[in-house]
Design a protein around this ligand. Sequence first.
Ligand SMILES: [Zn+2]
Length: 178
Amino acid sequence: MVQRVPNYCPQCGTAVEPRTFEGRERRYCPSCERFVFRNAAPCGGVAVVDGDAEALLLVERAVPPGDGEWAFPGGHLEADEPPSVGAARELEEETGVTVDPDDLLLADVRQLDPFDGKYVVSIRYAVARSTTSGVPEVGSDAETAEFVPVEEIRRGSRPLRPHVRPQLDAILDALRDS
Ligand SMILES: [Zn+2]
């Protein structure tokens, strides 16, 4: 299973060949006699909301995609990691803020714009800052981590990843309904 169209089998290294299966052109390894399926990558992340929907914890990304843009903390789930556990881990890695995965509210699931042929499914959780511990400090994959006023996010007065504003209302709704 891969995320970009492969040229070689990830198991044995044999050149794969196009073959149609279930109505899609896929890649097939003649040596393993198996398809090499291409799938989206699930990513988990947390939007920490401060006050009465006043500000959200964002990070300024230091790595592509979106180097220099602001986004919610998040990243790829490990293979054996439940989404909420991975989301909490990414939050801590990128901002130092900790949260019990059981306290996370599922706010939004969506496909993000593909980057370099790779598709990501974003699993976004929301939590009130009062439910978390720690003060934001910058960690891996980020330049800066800070609470950004919701008004500033809506105005787009700093460069944002494209999914931040579309996810904003779902995040605030999840907290309001909790
Ligand atoms: Zn193979």
